[in-house]
Design a protein around this ligand. Sequence first.
Ligand code: GLN
Length: 454
Amino acid sequence: AHLDRIDQVDESVHAFLHVSSEDALATARDVDARRASGDELHPLAGVPVAVKDVVVTKGMPTTAGSRILEGWVPPYDATLVERIRGAGLPILGKTNMDEFAMGSSTEHSAYGNTRNPWDLDRIPGGSGGGSAAAVAAFEAPLAIGTDTGGSIRQPGAVTGTVGVKPTYGGVSRYGLIAMASSLDQAGPVTRTVLDSALLHELVGGHDPRDSTSIREKVPALVAAARKGAAGDLAGVRVGVVRELSGDGYQHGVSARFSESLELLRGLGADVVEVSCPHFEYALGAYYLIMPSEASSNLAKFDGMRFGLRVEPEDGPATAERVMAATRGAGFGDEVKRRIILGTYALSAGYYDAYYGSAQKVRTLIQRDFATAFDQADVLVSPTAPTTAFRFGEKLDDPLAMYLNDVATIPANLAGVPGMSVPAGLSDDGLPVGFQVLAPAKADDRLYRVGGALE
Ligand code: GLN
């Protein structure tokens, strides 16, 4: 049914870069056979999933939305893909994204825009616009995204889906094409909080192949989602982050946010205001740390090891000239912009002024979170300042594009988990997201509060 739906609507939505019909059907048949023979199966066995194209999949093309990886077929599976396959979830295909996960609109994909199913003239968010659009358009019931500064939560908000960025280290990064290694985290995109809990529990948990993986079991997320859905919020302290609400948010976004707070209060939550004074520097710190790490991570795309190789037009094909020709042709403008920013910030003489200062700000933000979590069990804010904007609206103004992530970025800098849960429609009829943040390793709190909001 989902493959049929993809056939019907993906020509206009363009959520997928690759549809793996054969592979998906083979898994579905295998699960059927195992069920018939009485095997004990995972609760999600047979439920299809779409995977963001930044996650490597054995035998299935993986481009990270870039020309530089066109034609590359990975020889191995990411750990999270291994777990998905192991539990018998058919993989429907790979979803579109901003090139190397850099963007908030999916307009930076080298393979064309994904359209928001709510209004095909509008962006589906980014960088994981493909995963969110696939779920919103009923092309897939479950999807995997990655979130470095908001790329699961912001697309979730603007497509009316649930998106979760787990605690840093909660889901293995083995097999994720790295953008910024200290910020990247994979997580679920679904239509309900309970679905996210099921998928998160499946892909999460310790992995010896990722040195930053937490050596603990995933908290009981499904139980927490059920508790929330039953309306049990008694005694939960909900902290409204003063710096992430108020000015700068579209009227309908603020209105839905206030109504959701009322709903939580009605269920017994204790709503308080907290202040995180250094959050105003989060965006600045992020746009130094992220490009710095990305410039280093992307150095491996050299025309020798993966995908595209371009020979120089004239003169000798020395290694350096092949690299320059390949990277010149293979990377898009936004990727080049960030490589230049990152190498500049890391260069001798500027390192302390930029990268060093940004790391200090990162520590201050972590301390803000620690203080706030003394006063509240979860923190909340709108996920994104506005609903989905139109194609082209912010494409020529990188700063305007970066500002979409003002509310989502602090969580990545501190490694804490975050969820965006649908909060109704704005005055323009488009979806609004409500963000919930919790302390590291307390992802279950997101599910309890998110479950109550559904
Ligand atoms: N929009 C942010 C950026 O462009 C976040 C991207 C992400 O989370 N992958 O960096």
